[in-house]
Each structure stands twice: as structure tokens, then as C-alpha cells.
Design a binder for this molecule. Structure first.
Ligand SMILES: NC(=O)c1ccc[n+]([C@@H]2O[C@H](COP(=O)([O-])OP(=O)(O)OC[C@H]3O[C@@H](n4cnc5c(N)ncnc54)[C@H](OP(=O)(O)O)[C@@H]3O)[C@@H](O)[C@H]2O)c1
Length: 126
């Protein structure tokens, strides 16, 4: 599958780390989708990425920080973009940013926001 055929969701893509990942993926020819709770952050991201790649950047206002929010975002994204082939998580869920402590998912479950990331990825097969 060529890069252009792939739609990479970058969770946290409007953030400091995520926006760099988004830029890099766009420069390599991927389609990229970013969900943020803040439309202003998405506008800022659009102006940050190279103009020639902007038509491959799909943005959506949503909240993947809850199960319900992730489901809603998944539905809206699949409707607008059609598919999700890859998911990258750069969510700011670390404990020093108000997220769970690092040992919270010691039972083997993926930590914090990664759970929603995996839900989005697996959801494409539903
Ligand atoms: N920045 C660094 O130098 C650095 C260095 C090492 C590791 N890291 C790690 O990299 C990750 C990202 O850091 P960052 O500096 O890029 O953080 P950031 O700029 O604050 O961006 C964090 C992103 O996570 C999303 N997010 C945070 N809490 C959320 C919630 N409750 N529900 C939904 N989305 C939420 C935000 O979404 P919205 O757009 O909706 O606000 C934002 O896009 C963190 O895990 C951090 O620990 C960062």
C-alpha cells in the first residue's frame, strides 16, 4: 500500500510532539488525520504544515479522552475520511500532565490514552 493510500491518525497531533510527527508524515506523502478538542489548535496546525501538503491533512474537533468521545470521533472520522490504516499516539496523558501514574495499567492493559488509540485502530475492522 502506498503512503498516499494510508490514513494515519495522529492522536495528540495538535500538540508539541504530535505536530512534528504530523509534519513529517505529510512530507513523506501520507494522508494524516488529527483529532483535537480545540479547533484553534487545529487551525494553528494547518498553518504550521507545508502548504503543499495541507490537502492531505484531515482535522476533526473531538475528544478521544473518553470511551464515548473516542467512539464518536471514530465514527466521524470514518465518515469523513473513509478509513484509518495506522494510528500513532502522541497524547499528553503523562502523569505530570494529569494522566494516570505509570503503574496504573500494570495488569497489561495499554496505558491511558493508548487504549483509545487502539480502539480507533481496531475499529476499522468492525
Ligand atoms: N514535549 C516534550 O519535550 C516531550 C518530551 C518527552 C516526552 N513527551 C511526551 O510526549 C507526549 C506529548 O507531549 P506534548 O509536549 O506534545 O504535549 P502537548 O503539547 O500538551 O500535546 C498533548 C496532546 O494530547 C492531547 N490530550 C491531552 N490530554 C487529553 C485528554 N484528556 N483528552 C484528549 N486529548 C488529550 C491534547 O489534545 P488537544 O489538542 O485536544 O488539547 C494534545 O494534542 C506526552 O506523553 C509527553 O509526556 C514530550
Amino acid at each position: 500500500m502506498s503512503a498516499l493510500d494510508r490514513v494515519v491518525v495522529v492522536l495528540g497531533g495538535a500538540g508539541t510532539v504530535g505536530s512534528g510527527i504530523v509534519q513529517s508524515l505529510l512530507e513523506r506523502g501520507f494522508q494524516v488525520a488529527v483529532i483535537s478538542r480545540d479547533g484553534n489548535r487545529l487551525e494553528k496546525l494547518k498553518s504550521f504544515v507545508p502548504a503543499l501538503t495541507r490537502d492531505r491533512l484531515h482535522t476533526l474537533v473531538g475528544d478521544v479522552g473518553s470511551e464515548e468521545g473516542a467512539e464518536a470521533a471514530k465514527g466521524a472520522l470514518l465518515q469523513s475520511v473513509g478509513k484509518v490504516t495506522d494510528v500513532v499516539s502522541a497524547l499528553g496523558f503523562s502523569w505530570w500532565q494529569g494522566g494516570p501514574p505509570p503503574h496504573a495499567d500494570a495488569a497489561g492493559a495499554p496505558p491511558g490514552g493508548c487504549r483509545q488509540a487502539m480502539r480507533l485502530a481496531l475499529g476499522r475492522r468492525e
